[in-house]
Ligand binder design. Sequence first.
Ligand SMILES: [Zn+2]
Length: 482
Amino acid sequence: MLYMQLEKTMFREYDIRGLVDKELTKEAAKAIGKAFGTFLLKRKIRDCIIGHDAREYSERLQDAFTEGLTSTGINAIDIGLVITPITYFAQVHFKVKGCAMITASHNPNGWSGFKLGYDYAKTLLPEDIKEIYGIIEKEKFIKGKKTGKVKKKEILNDYIKDLISKVKIKPENRAKGKSENEAQKNKKFKIVINARNGTASEIAPPLFEKAGCEVIRQFCRIDFNSPNGNADPSLDEMLNETGKKVRKEKADLGFAFDGDGDRLGIVDEKGNAIYPDRWLILLAKGILKKYPKSKIVFDVKCTKALADEISKCSGVPVMWKTGHSHIKKKAHEIKAALAGERSGHIFFLKGYYGYDDACFAGLKILEFLSEENKKMSELIDDLPKYYSSPVIHAHCNDKAKYQIVNSLIKIFKKKFPGKVNDINGARLEFEDGFGLVRASSNLPALVLVFEAKSQKRLDEIIEVFKKELSNFKEIGEWKFGG
Ligand SMILES: [Zn+2]
């Protein structure tokens, strides 16, 4: 077959995603396996971890990918059905630099894809993805003298044990000043876990139980048909349903996991959704207590309150490009202690291995809560108040989107000199708020986020953007995401 026929649109900025059987056929998966094997061998890597998410066809695609990969001579360690962070953990645990996770993350049923890595806590960057596509296009596959071996390995228990050993949730704090009876009741965190039948369904609940929590399971039975909707905690809808359950159960917190368990959503004890850039402030405070003056990296979509609070706690705030591979790379380069994205990808470099892991972020939030001995809503209320918009998407075709953003950068620089941060799109910074427009990396859309000290000011900033964007006929209606 001609590998050149593989849809180029599957090869995105940081990973590969496609519609199963249409774009992502068995042959395609095999070709990607061969190309990735070739890519690894060029970097003198001879072993690769392989895991897959909970979808009907994931195992089938893993087999095809493995066939391609091992044909280059690479040995594979098959860890089976896992959340993405476990695949990264397996790299560290088994000291294997290559990794491949077969997943389409939170995409609906019918999609699959590949998250690939070639060093600890290092996933592919846009230039790496291009290289892999180039290998397939030119069919420049290395053929091994011998086919690589495949070994199956169990990892879940080691992962759970390791994570729990890295946090100190202090139940005794929560019992302080309470009667014996009350103390017993209060000691344990009661948490709702909503996995929306995704891969985290049967992994996160036992982990948090072993960490000493009482876990209320919400949609924690794996179901390939996602009967309760996509597992995507950046959707307000998923957070609201988690919030409802928290209120009903009188829980301390609710955790919502995305389809492959690398992104986390949180709701407080009142059932209110808290955007990740806000609870990231709590994690930053916790890490700065332990590692003063550390650098903390976050993406351009994050609240101003985050940078302000990091500085207040004598940390160094570093704003960087959106995209988990970019954030991870930057954080490692500048030796940051912690990094995070508004989308819910959180990376601990101090005290953990530096990749995004929703379970670990959840444990660290519980650790912080138990240290402070306050409720989640109280901790959030203590932070500087900003009014913020959800993440907004406006349709704009892939060809036009980058050019339009470049034009907007120029226009804003002219109109608001010294106020435009163009690390990634245009972030217009005011004393009392900001507005951001950037090209989405995986959708034909522009992404917009706004924030201000008052609702009135928020509306004003939004108006500035609305006016400028209305001059481009390629830009569609604004859709409020999460
Ligand atoms: Zn994910």
